[in-house]
Structures are given as structure tokens and as C-alpha cells.
Design a protein around this ligand. Structure first.
Ligand code: ADP
Ligand code: ASP
Ligand code: MG
Length: 402
């Protein structure tokens, strides 16, 4: 059997945790399996590197930032390989160059394009545990790229797909996927199974237990995932196509505190304005989340949208530089907002779900700034300081607890 096992930052945070993982993977190895291990950087290493970069140059280029961030994963894979060697298990660490793993060219949010498996297969044939850096790739300029925060999950799923692995296991610091972040809602319930589609929504809406691209890839290539704890043997959550969901209307509540809202107020009410605005933002490779256009005054309209908080300055600069193109009256920015969402396959077909969510927020005294809906989710934008309270209130209102 070929198993891909991915361990997140907290699972390899220090020497003791590294040996815990080393022992765990060596059990599979000793049972005769081929084992590929994908690692994140140790503990909060990536945050530390970002802070160091910002300290030197707050406007550092994304190219240099990626070059720096890839160091984190290189430390953890080499130390893991050394830990395995010390236990008498043959192992080899490989970075994105050595595999190699090719990505698109955009630094900071690159997508994996092509993984060459020959080196990994050769090492497995020599009966080595192969320890691969998560989160990184190389682009057409032969530069390092990163896949976006939390991207090691995506490396693991991509490797499982190209290697036709028999299992892909994602080990983290909680026991699986819950109805809400168990650190925010202590009585959240662990799900036995969840579908790719629901997991994808939850991950995209802020449940960082899985990188959303990893779920997208898992669905595309039919890679069944298990999410479980690296610290105990508890059964985790299976992510797959047709989950036998306990017929739940709402399967989870997610929260994204890294949202920001920009309102472009008083743009001309004429054709092409939205196109010009979002085209110039897209040209800078910035993702827009939700868009709402509303009626303004005196032949004008307002366009509001949400983005990742980290992109705020870039978006403001782009709009400011191009004011002539769309001619707005005012830009309004809110960084202290959070997006709280419910996800569930049955939402569209069940009247009353939205009102139950809004009632929970009303009862908790929380004002809603924006509302977005899709077939399987309802999201609201609220003040960030009420985010945890909102998640708990909504979780309770839908009776999701154990
Ligand atoms: P890793 O370093 O292992 O990749 P992450 O910090 O990226 O771990 O993801 C795990 C964290 O995701 C958990 O510690 C938990 O706080 C958070 N989380 C958010 N939503 C959920 C959810 N619905 N189920 C489980 N964990 C969640
Ligand atoms: N080390 C990277 C991060 O902190 C990637 C990951 O953890 O998956 O975002
Ligand atoms: Mg993660």
C-alpha cells in the first residue's frame, strides 16, 4: 500500500512532536507500506518569517517573500528525515526542486501544475520514507513559489493523486472536521464524514482545517481524505464524494476573520463600470470574494465587495491609480469585519434557514452589514469583534452541538 501522510505545523512544532511523527510513520513503514510524508513548517515558523520580512521591508516583493517562506518547510523535512534515520529508518527529504513540482507563476498563491513522480518512486523502491516539503513549488522562471497559507494540504492531495496512493491522511491538531471550529465552539461535533462539496465551501469560507484547493483537487481526482489528530489515535473525518451525512440541514458554521470590505461609492450609473473596476483588480491577480451593487443617489451607484484583508492596500492602490477610469465619489474601507457562514446541502430547498440564522444574530444583538447566499451556503458580514459570539449563536440555533 502507498500512503501519503501530511502533518501540519503544530504536529512538528518541536523535537518531541517530530519524534512522535517519526514513530507514527515508521509503523506504517515497518508494516511494509510505502510512505510519503508531506510536512508544513514547524509551529509558527511561517508567521515568524513573514514578520521578519515585514520588519525589513513592508513592501517586499512576493518573489522574495516566497523564496524566504519556502525555507520553513525545508527545515522540517530535513529534521524529520534525520529523526527517522536516528530511529534506524531509511529516509530522504526532497524539496520542490528535487521532486520536481511545477506551479503557475504567481508568487504567494501559485497552483500546482505538474509533478514528476520518478524521483519519489525511485526512492520508495529503495525502501526509503520520502519526506516532501509542503506548500512550495517552482514556476517557469525557475523560482520558488508558495501555494497560499495552509497550502501543504494541497501538496499532499496532489501527490496522492499523481502517485495513485491508496490513502491520503491529513494529520492536524484537532481530531477531524467539526460542525464549527472546536476552539471557538467547545461543544462542536466531530463529523464522521463530509462531502467534497460541503468541505470545499467550509474551507473556502474560513474553516482552515483544510486548504480549499486541496479539497478541490481531492474532488477532481477522487482522492478520499482522512482528517485526524497527530496526537492521538481517535478516528477522524472522511472527506469523500457521497458522504452518508446524517441528514443535516446545516453541516457546519465557518468564520473568516481575515475578510475586508471595500465600498466604491458614487460611481456613474452607466454600462461598463463594474467591468472596468473588476478588470483592473483582476489584472493585478487579486481575488474578489463577494460583490454587491446597490442603488446610489443622483444617477450614481455603489459597488461593495469583500476581499482578503491582506490584499486591502493593493486593491486601494489599484483603484486609486485608476480613478479616472471609473470616477467614483468616495472609497470606504472596513478591515474590522468577519464573514460568518452556514453550509449545508439542504439550505436552498429549505425555507426558513436564512431567517433562523438572522434571528440568532438578532437575539445576540449583532448587526448584519452584508448578506451573500449560494445554493449551499448563507454568509453574513459582521463586525469582527462579534465573530466568535455569532458563530456560537448560530451553531446553537441550528442545534449542531453533540
Ligand atoms: P495544520 O497546521 O495541521 O495544517 P491548521 O491550523 O491549518 O492546522 O488547521 C487546523 C485548525 O483548524 C484547528 O486547530 C481548528 O482551530 C481550525 N478549524 C477551523 N474550523 C474547523 C472545523 N470546522 N473543524 C476542525 N477544525 C477547524
Ligand atoms: N507553512 C505554511 C503556512 O503556515 C503552509 C502550511 O502550513 O500548510 O501557511
Ligand atoms: Mg493547515
Amino acid at each position: 500500500m502507498l500512503i501519503v501522510k501530511k502533518f501540519g505545523g503544530s504536529s512538528v512544532a518541536d523535537k518531541e512532536r517530530i519524534f512522535n511523527v517519526a514513530r507514527r510513520v515508521s509503523e506504517d513503514y515497518k508494516a511494509g507500506h510505502d510512505v510519503v510524508v508531506v510536512l508544513s513548517a514547524m509551529g509558527k515558523t511561517t508567521d515568524g518569517l513573514i514578520a521578519q520580512a515585514k520588519d525589513i521591508n513592508p513592501k517586499a516583493s512576493k518573489r522574495e517573500l516566497d523564496m524566504l517562506l519556502t525555507c520553513g518547510e525545508q527545515i522540517s523535512v530535513t529534521l524529520m528525515s534525520m529523526a527517522l534515520e536516528s530511529l534506524g529508518i531509511p529516509a530522504v527529504s526532497l524539496n520542490a526542486w528535487q521532486v520536481p513540482m511545477r506551479t503557475t507563476s504567481n508568487y504567494g498563491s501559485a497552483r500546482l501544475k505538474k509533478i514528476d513522480c520518478d524521483r519519489i518512486k525511485a526512492e520508495l523502491e529503495h525502501r526509503k520514507i520520502v519526506v516532501v516539503t509542503g506548500f512550495q513549488g517552482i514556476n517557469k522562471y525557475d523560482d520558488y513559489t508558495t501555494l497560499g497559507r495552509g497550502g501543504s494540504d494541497t501538496t499532499a492531495v496532489a501527490l496522492a493523486a499523481v502517485l495513485h496512493a491508496d490513502a491520503c491522511e491529513i494529520y492536524t491538531d484537532v481530531e477531524g472536521v467539526y460542525t464549527a471550529d472546536p476552539r471557538v465552539v467547545p461543544h462542536a461535533r466531530k463529523l464522521k464524514e463530509i462531502t467534497y462539496d460541503e468541505m470545499l465551501e467550509l474551507a473556502t469560507l474560513g474553516a482552515k482545517v483544510l486548504h480549499n484547493r486541496s479539497v478541490e483537487l481531492a474532488k477532481k481526482y477522487g482522492v478520499q481524505l482522512v482528517v485526524r489528530s497527530s496526537l492521538n489515535m481517535a478516528e477522524g473525518t472522511i472527506v469523500k464524494e457521497d458522504a452518508k451525512m446524517e441528514k443535516m440541514l446545516v453541516s457546519g458554521v465557518a468564520c473568516d476573520k481575515k475578510a475586508a470590505r471595500i465600498a466604491v461609492i458614487g460611481v456613474k450609473d452607466e454600462p461598463g463600470i463594474a467591468f472596468k473596476l473588476f478588470n483592473m483588480i483582476a489584472k493585478h491577480n487579486i481575488n474578489i470574494d463577494n460583490i454587491v451593487q446597490s442603488v446610489g443617489r443622483e444617477g450614481t451607484k455603489d459597488i461593495s465587495f469583500t476581499i482578503n484583508e491582506d490584499d486591502t492596500d493593493d486593491v486601494l492602490r489599484v483603484i486609486d491609480d485608476n480613478n479616472g477610469g471609473i470616477g467614483y465619489h468616495k472609497l470606504d474601507v472596513a478591515r474590522d469585519v468577519a464573514k460568518v457562514s452556514i453550509v449545508g446541502a439542504g439550505i436552498m430547498s429549505s425555507p426558513g434557514v436564512a431567517s433562523r440564522m438572522f434571528e440568532a444574530l438578532f437575539d445576540a444583538g449583532i448587526n448584519i452589514k452584508m448578506i451573500f447566499t449560494s445554493e449551499i451556503r448563507i454568509s453574513v458580514l459582521i463586525n469582527e469583534k462579534y465573530a466568535d459570539k455569532a458563530v456560537n449563536a448560530i451553531h446553537d440555533a441550528f442545534g449542531l452541538a453533540d
